[in-house]
Design a protein around this ligand. Structure first.
Ligand code: ACO
Length: 396
């Protein structure tokens, strides 16, 4: 049964939410009566909130942040200006944000981790210790959002160095956030082209409405919990390969293919085994992901391109053709992660840093949603259809 059939027509849209919450009788079937309230697995097609932050038009492949087109923001903006736009609603192209120092207790926590710890685990640990160290409390503020967004790149860079036996690098307040992150990661002044390319990646990764990690952050905030807890939960959600783990797996899949000659057979084999092609498909986009289009342009313009970029471009066409053959009923197009991979590798990040770097970019969106949720809060507590045994006596 399709989503449209599962959800009765008048029940879709903002009024659905209001009708359900304002009418307890509609949500509570009589005892022992079959529960035939509409249910959409994965909440697909369900309106679970309202936001003024971004609009994802999946059918037409369009994305705007507070009404501004993503392509224009990438071309004319910086991540700092975009973060400021999301937090405040004001477009100020000169808005600046630099990375912040990592408090000593957080560095101690990062040093205590095994060097083999996943960067996502290290980032989640860092944000948790930051919240405890700073004593962050509800309600969230724009200042907290700025402070956390400025802290996390320094913390991830510190962990990346600690695990290599190197000392963390102090923030350079003269650098904008993304250039500062590269500087603290590599310990040398960042290449301007690399910093610009990574800044573009941060802009496209900054916000994407009610994706799984953002929804997690809003659920946590809705309990009046603090911003650090909400971002920890969001990082945990993004760690899953279906959400934030895809770009490193794109690199992995391309390296398994090895060459254009072997690519088609490899792709067919993977699909025959029921595997998913990383960097393709999306819950909302049925058209080409506009973020992928923006990042492909950035990747092709980079001075330091990974040597497999041309392979990726050829594989993309083959994969789109094969996916269209296998799923003619469901358009599966390139998503943002496919071209995130060459940009991230091109600026010198190792694949295991990709998901955590995506999380750094998404800090702007997560924290903006946390502010938006708190400003008009209602505890998020959906209902569930019970499918277990009927009430019965315990055998004694
Ligand atoms: N490769 C092969 N088959 C796919 C892919 C893919 N990338 N994506 C979806 N399908 C298949 C599914 O297996 C499903 O087939 P089935 O019904 O025979 O099992 C069918 O297409 C329908 O899938 P959807 O309902 O469109 O997918 P869903 O909304 O559940 O999942 C998701 C979306 C998780 C992004 C999925 O497309 C996927 O796993 N892609 C690969 C991972 C990836 O690139 N993730 C990054 C997403 S972008 C982001 O999070 C920033």
């Amino acid at each position: 049964m399709g989503v449209a059939e599962r959800l009765a027509a008048p029940a879709v849209g903002p009024h659905y939410h209001r009708r359900m919450t304002n009418s307890p009788a509609a949500t509570q079937p009589a005892a022992d009566a079959p529960d035939d309230r509409p249910y959409s697995p994965g909440l697909e097609g369900v309106i679970a909130g309202e936001t003024a932050l971004s609009k994802v038009d999946g059918a037409n492949g369009r994305l705007t942040y507070r009404g501004y087109r993503i392509g224009d923001l990438v071309e004319h903006g910086t991540y700092s200006a975009v973060a400021n736009l999301l937090w405040t609603g004001d477009w100020d192209p000169r808005a600046r944000l630099s990375t912040a120092a990592v408090p000593e207790p957080v560095l101690a926590a990062l040093r205590a981790l095994p060097r083999t710890a996943k960067p996502m685990d290290a980032l989640r640990t860092a944000v948790s210790s930051w919240g405890a160290t700073e004593g962050v409390t509800y309600p969230p503020t724009v200042e907290q959002a700025r402070a956390l967004t400025a802290f996390s790149p320094s913390a991830l860079a510190a962990f990346a160095r600690i695990r290599q036996g190197k000392d963390p690098v102090d923030p350079d307040p003269s650098l904008d956030l993304v250039a500062g992150f590269l500087h603290q990661l590599k310990g040398e002044p960042p290449d301007a082209g690399d910093a610009r390319a990574l800044d573009a990646y941060f802009i496209v990764g900054a916000e994407h409405s009610f994706n799984a990690s953002t929804f997690t952050a809003r659920v946590i905030t809705a309990t009046n919990s603090d911003i650090a807890s909400a971002v920890c939960g969001a990082i945990g959600t993004m760690k899953g390969p279906l959400h934030g783990g895809a770009p490193s797996e794109v690199v992995d899949q391309l390296s398994k293919m090895g060459s254009v000659e072997r690519a088609e057979a490899w792709l067919r084999g993977a699909l025959d085994r029921g595997e998913r092609l990383m960097g393709f498909g999306h819950r909302v986009y049925r058209a080409y992901d506009p973020r992928a289009a923006a990042l492909r342009k950035v990747a092709e313009g980079m001075e330091h391109q990974p040597d497999w970029l041309q392979l990726a471009i050829q594989v993309e066409d083959m994969a789109l053709k094969l996916l269209a053959e296998r799923h003619p009923e469901r358009p599966l197009k390139t998503n943002v992660e496919f071209y995130a991979a060459p940009v991230l590798q091109g600026v010198g990040l190792t694949p295991d840093l990709f998901p955590a770097t995506f999380s750094l970019a998404r800090h702007a969106g997560w924290t903006a949603h946390i502010l938006e949720q708190a400003a008009n809060n209602r505890l998020i507590r959906p209902d569930v259809r019970y499918v277990g045994p009927p009430e019965r006596d315990l055998p004694v």
